[in-house]
Write a protein of this length. Structure first.
Length: 286
């Protein structure tokens, strides 16, 4: 087992979290842990906005005041402010979401308007796509409400099933008319429903290693590791439960180096997207 490789992979994985790619589900963003800068609150890491009409109203964070509760979960929510003379054309994008072809990704969020007493109404569409530019060119929303007049939070839901694996965003498009007031959203949640076909890969394959007993190298004999949506991680534990090494597996032909493991029994697990998808015992005997 290449321990150096294992540590390197762990480091890479920790770094990717800094860019806030969403690959754990359910994902929840309540906007409550964002930081102030220049008197305005920054969006959570990985979230972006585009002020398409380049005016003074755009998606940003709003905080409860002593007299007004904007948020569903205090103290913050995301919101669109208003322009008295120009219609909104403004996007709020989630961080990149790692999606697997055929799985269903369910988006839910809570939305309301804040009124000035003049009976305002807001317009919101939600789209899904691989890039923010691609989303902006889409014409078929997965959520559409052009008469948002509720002053208490309602839940909006949408679902998206990609036909190819990759990274995607959800994009919230506010296109309210001029001289409305505030559109607020809070508690965005993304859930992943595993497609039955993907689950079958896990159930139909049994993890086996050969040779077993082994001395220096072993190979995986899982029937079809290339069909796994993500490159699974093979982890080797000693009988005390200590992780002795790990390696990402891209192919059955990848040799797994066990030359540094002392003689004895080990538990080998195959992990894919935090799910254990196979387990077997390995005997090192030289
Ligand atoms: Ca704007
Ligand atoms: Ca909140």
């Amino acid at each position: 087992m290449d321990m150096i490789n294992g540590i390197f992979l762990l480091t890479l994985s920790a770094c990717s979290n800094l860019f806030a790619q969403i690959d754990q589900f359910p994902y929840i963003e309540n906007f409550d842990e964002v930081e102030f800068y220049s008197g305005r609150q920054q969006l959570p890491t990985g979230w972006t906005f585009e002020n398409e009409n380049n005016d003074l109203a755009f998606w940003e964070i709003i905080t409860d005041e002593s007299t007004v509760e904007y948020a569903r979960t205090p103290p913050n929510a995301a919101h669109m402010s208003y322009n008295p003379v120009e219609n909104a054309d403004d996007w709020l994008f989630t961080p990149q979401i790692e999606m697997i072809a055929g799985n269903e990704y369910d988006l839910s969020f809570w939305f309301k308007k804040v009124d000035t007493g003049f009976g305002t109404s807001e317009k919101l569409n939600v789209f899904a796509g691989e890039t923010t530019q691609q989303i902006k060119n889409k014409t078929t929303p997965i959520f559409k409400n052009n008469t948002i007049s509720n002053e208490q939070f309602d839940q909006g839901t949408a679902s998206f099933t990609p036909t190819k694996s990759g990274t995607y965003h959800f994009g919230f498009h506010c296109y309210s008319e001029a001289f409305q007031f505030l559109l607020v959203i809070d508690d965005v949640k993304i859930e992943e429903k595993i497609h039955a076909g993907v689950r079958n890969i896990y159930e139909e394959n049994e993890l086996k290693l050969f040779p077993n007993p082994a001395s220096n190298q072993v190979y995986l004999t899982l029937a079809d590791v290339e069909s796994f949506p993500r490159n699974p991680m093979l982890q080797i534990y000693n009988v005390s439960g200590r992780l002795m090494g790990q390696q990402q597996i891209q192919s059955n032909a990848d040799p797994i180096d066990v030359s540094e493991l002392p003689n004895g029994w080990y538990i080998v697990q195959l992990i894919d997207n935090n799910r254990r998808v196979g387990q077997c015992r390995l005997l090192i005997n030289r």
